[in-house]
Design a protein around this ligand. Structure first.
Ligand SMILES: NC(=O)C1=CN([C@@H]2O[C@H](COP(=O)(O)OP(=O)(O)OC[C@H]3O[C@@H](n4cnc5c(N)ncnc54)[C@H](OP(=O)(O)O)[C@@H]3O)[C@@H](O)[C@H]2O)C=CC1
Ligand SMILES: CC(=O)N[C@@H](CCC(=O)OP(=O)(O)O)C(=O)O
Length: 365
């Protein structure tokens, strides 16, 4: 049995990781590290674990945590905080999967611009392997530090990559309109996340300037330059970003009155006329071997059909009149958008079948 630990254990992603790892047949939870609740029993904060193997589990302070006793550590901390902890843990022989935005950009200048935070470990940011499994599977297997992707980014990239990969999309026409449940904002107290502020309403936020715009563009542009070429799709030629146009996307997130789930609706122009069957062939080529990506033909993705599961559901409609494609992508922000994808990464690192511990279907109702 591999030993795994979580730092930031009582946050929403932390608790989702505990739930997945508790049911995982090949790992055992070593330490659950918590800043706010060190010394307390997990069940006093999350009573749903009462009676389980974690019934007597005491949360541990960072000072008492010995990283070398774990084979792998998940850091489920806010960005800015995570980089400090990861740089202390790195190089001690333990693999790390970081769920924050801190290590998602090899070029920390891009991170600093969009997050407004100085990066203290640029060398580690260059080492980190981007953990979108469908894009980067081979590198993930040998990685020491994984940067688990953003939730909106996962939904958006899975929808976009087949058309970008097969050079069908006009790279300057991409518009992403995405909606998220409130758990996407984490567990800490914020006035704008109160029940009375979020229930029976819907709002856009950070239109065009949300930090995930930069992550979507950054990964798409790395992809276009050939960084991920061997593991996904078949770009004919790599582009030179100095001389050719980069992908520029416009992204607006919305908060909707549900607990979990993301639905992204993506619009793009095609370079040339196409057809629904031609595009379907691209999506099938991209995803027919993927365990967690389902391409729907006659129905459309819905949050209720993925919430509680690690699946992404995709569908597209080719609009001949405008020569545009509308792509719809649904994931659970806490699972394929965070903890589920992190466990998928862990399975690859431990050379386990990718779906181990992740086979639950969506919860319904
Ligand atoms: N929620 C989501 O859907 C997604 C979240 N993410 C990312 O995953 C990470 C964790 O997210 P999430 O669980 O939602 O966030 P939460 O706010 O729910 O949890 C973060 C946890 O980090 C711990 N922590 C340690 N030090 C600090 C500190 N200085 N300030 C605040 N918290 C601290 C706390 O747990 P403790 O006291 O137990 O240590 C806290 O509960 C974030 O980087 C987030 O951006 C990524 C994708 C999706
Ligand atoms: C609804 C909501 O507030 N969602 C969060 C994004 C999710 C997240 O946690 O950000 P990372 O994936 O980059 O870590 C936000 O918009 O900031």
């Amino acid at each position: 049995m591999k030993k795994v630990s979580i730092i930031g254990a009582t946050g929403y992603v932390g608790i989702e990781l505990i739930r997945l790892l508790h049911d995982h047949p090949e790992v055992e939870i070593k330490d659950l590290v918590s800043k706010s609740s060190a010394g307390q029993l997990l069940v006093d904060i999350y009573p749903q674990f009462r009676g389980s193997i974690l019934n007597d589990y005491q949360l541990r302070a960072m000072e008492d945590f010995k990283p070398e006793e774990s084979d792998l550590i998940f850091t489920a901390l806010p960005h800015g905080v995570s980089q400090n902890i990861v740089s202390e843990l790195y190089g001690k022989g333990t693999k790390i999967i970081d769920l924050s935005g801190d290590f998602r950009y090899h070029d920390v200048k891009v991170y600093e611009k969009w997050y407004g935070v100085k990066h203290k470990s640029p060398e580690l940011a260059r080492e980190a392997v981007y953990g979108l499994v469908e894009l980067n599977r081979e590198k993930i297997k040998g990685a020491e530090l994984i940067a688990n992707p953003g939730c909106y980014v996962t939904a958006s990239l899975l929808g976009l990559l087949p058309l970008v990969s097969f050079e069908k999309a006009d790279l300057n026409s991409i518009i992403i309109d995405a909606k998220s449940g409130v758990s996407g904002a984490g567990r800490s107290l914020k006035e704008n996340l109160l029940f009375t502020e979020t229930h029976n309403t819907m709002k856009a936020y950070s239109p065009g300037v949300h930090r995930h715009s930069s992550e979507i563009e950054y990964v798409l542009n790395q992809f276009l330059t050939g960084k991920y070429k061997k593991t996904f799709g078949s770009l004919k030629d790599q582009i030179d970003l100095e001389t050719e146009e980069k992908a520029k996307i416009l992204f607006t997130p919305h908060l909707i009155p549900i607990k979990r789930g993301i639905l992204a609706t993506i619009y793009l122009d095609l370079e040339e006329q196409s057809s629904g069957s031609e595009i379907m062939e691209l999506y099938q080529r991209a995803y027919n071997k993927e365990r967690f990506v389902q391409v729907l033909k006659d129905s459309l993705p819905e949050i209720k059909n993925v919430a509680g599961s690690n699946y992404a559901q995709l569908a597209f409609r080719y609009n001949k009149r405008t020569n545009r494609v509308i792509i719809i992508s649904a994931i659970d922000n806490m699972l394929k958008g965070a903890a589920g994808q992190a466990v998928q990464n862990m399975n690859l690192i431990f050379n386990l079948p990718e779906e181990t511990g992740l086979e639950a279907t969506a919860l319904f109702p």
